[in-house]
Design a protein around this ligand. Structure first.
Ligand code: ZN
Ligand code: FE
Length: 262
């Protein structure tokens, strides 16, 4: 378990399954202890015991089993409140409170905003509090979620929202996919110096069995292929090389398709 300080809470990062991360958000000025995407109830229970605290809330980003499998057991054990997207309420196990971009959950001592970041699934949401982003499978280190349900337009809209967050926003995504993602990134963005230094740094980090996550919005904008279409020079270079239309959506769509086949 790794821990990070924010103004109003601490974040505890718990590795789970093969490559998932589960996050515990421990409020500093209240008894709130919330878990984001509990893939596995037992590791969450162990972490609660270590902190000596009771679990009060579950925050789900989307319905996939590797994000919700712990809901039922945790609800039974702690009688905690389950929060998820109104747009996906039918597929979130044990959901109690439905939220959306206009309806934020009120948790004592935390200031939570919701972003709809559909694309990987429909009704995929992200939670933003202080300078922390919990984005599930929408954005990864140097990658983004596969488009299982949404369109490229939808996903590009979602990624633009994430790219508009402050540079110092810490990206707490749900998987450790960074190194394989960086190999694709190097292939399509070979003259990017920030990308080179990230590859070097994250490779060292993984050799020490440390997480490459959280990253930051600044780092993702500079090195993540799926946020690079925010940059006009990148659009021009990529579109010219691939003989496609010179606009962000076409470049994003081409990148996503290429990565699926890569
Ligand atoms: Zn997923
Ligand atoms: Fe996942």
């Amino acid at each position: 378990m790794w821990s990070y300080q924010h103004q109003h809470f601490n974040v505890h990062q718990i590795p789970a399954l093969n490559d998932n991360y589960i996050y515990l958000i421990e409020a500093k000025n209240s008894d709130i202890l919330a878990v984001v995407d509990p893939a596995d109830a037992s590791v969450v229970n162990q972490a609660c015991a270590r902190l000596g605290k009771s679990l009060t809330h579950i925050l789900n980003t989307h319905h996939h089993w590797d994000h919700t499998d712990g809901n039922k057991a945790l609800k039974q054990r702690w009688n905690c409140t389950v929060i998820g997207a109104a747009d996906d309420a039918k597929r979130i196990p044990c959901i109690d409170i439905q939220v959306s971009e206009n309806v934020f959950p009120k948790l004592d001592g935390l200031n939570i905003q919701i972003l709809d970041v559909s694309g990987h699934t429909l009704g995929h949401i992200a939670y933003v509090m202080d300078n922390a982003l919990f984005c599930g499978d929408a954005l990864f280190g140097a990658g983004c979620g596969r488009l299982f349900e949404g369109s490229p337009e939808q996903m590009w809209q979602s990624l633009q929202k994430l790219g508009a967050l402050p540079d110092n926003t810490q990206v707490y995504c749900a998987h450790e996919y960074t190194l394989p993602n960086l190999r694709f990134a190097r292939d399509i963005d070979s003259n990017n110096k920030e990308l080179e230094s990230r590859i070097h740094r994250d490779t060292q980090t993984r050799m020490k069995k440390q997480p490459t996550i959280p990253s930051s919005i600044a780092l993702e904008k500079a090195t993540n292929p799926f946020l690079r279409p925010l940059n006009d020079t990148f659009i021009h270079t990529y579109a010219t090389a691939k003989h496609i239309e010179e606009n962000a959506l076409d470049v994003f769509t081409h990148l996503r398709t290429s990565k699926d086949r890569w």
